[in-house]
Design a protein around this ligand. Structure first.
Ligand code: UDP
Length: 236
């Protein structure tokens, strides 16, 4: 019996870049695909949202003099590039996948249709949601929350490179306090950077639990699905 059967896993674009901090690292891609395959083999229904920050962000120095909407569209396209890379890595491991995008690009992906996404999940296919929400001024965290609610996922898992939620950045402060559990309210009140406020609020309003965990620790995802206390649970 899995603790969470239908999950939405959000991976940031930056984490795909690995050490270099830019582009896509083949080793990282491979290890994420391994983690997802293990979870798939357990019988979990898996949907994925990948950010685009390793390639382009609407709010970056490169985009400083650009029109915001134009820059955000570039960011959304960046998520599609990452999605195609992850789709390829998963398919090389024999996993059936479908990429559904919020902006139509029919030669390379299906358009996002909720019922279709759910049907793919029921058939055991890993569904990747690309192009964020399809709207500027949003983030892929918000896209992940929205899609998780739409497909009635039992949890949204945010894969990071730290163990979970702390009171300050554990990569800068060695004394940072780790929270095994924390409420949405406290995340908002303490202004903790779990996800952006729009995403947190959406989860809170729809009581969708969030788990923040380290995606670089092999086996973490399956341990979480089996019910082990991995990472931080953000709850009502
Ligand atoms: N983006 C957007 N609308 C969305 C999702 C993403 O405009 O619904 C754009 C936005 O410019 C953002 C970029 O895509 O900066 C990349 O997404 P994000 O910053 O969320 O990626 P991550 O930080 O997870 O790598």
């Amino acid at each position: 019996m899995l603790k969470y059967r239908r999950i939405l896993l959000k991976i940031s674009g930056e984490s795909l870049a690995g050490e270099s901090g830019y582009g896509i690292d083949a080793g990282v891609l491979e290890s994420f695909a391994d983690e997802i395959k293990e979870a798939c083999d357990l019988g979990a229904e898996i949907a994925l949202v990948i950010g685009g920050g390793n390639i382009f962000r609407g709010l970056s120095t490169a985009a400083a003099s650009m029109d915001r909407v134009q820059a955000d569209y570039m960011g959304m396209l960046a998520t599609v590039i990452n999605s195609l890379a992850l789709q390829d890595a998963l398919e090389r491991k024999g996993i059936y996948t479908r990429l559904l995008t919020a902006i139509k690009m029919e030669q390379i992906a299906e358009p996002f249709i909720r019922r279709r996404a759910v049907r793919h999940l029921e058939k055991g296919r890993v569904v990747i949601f690309g192009a964020g929400t399809g709207n500027p001024y949003f983030t892929t965290d918000t896209a992940a929350s929205l899609r998780a609610i739409e497909i009635e996922a039992s949890v949204i898992i945010k894969g990071t490179r730290v163990e979970g939620v702390y009171d300050s950045d554990p990569e800068k402060n060695p004394d940072a306090e780790f929270f095994p559990r924390i409420s949405y309210f406290d995340v908002i009140r303490k202004n903790l950077r779990v996800m952006d406020m729009t995403a947190i609020t959406l989860c809170r309003e729809n009581t969708l639990p969030i788990v923040v965990m380290n995606m670089n620790t092999s086996g973490n995802l399956t341990r979480l699905l089996k019910g082990e206390p991995i990472g931080t649970l953000v709850h009502a």
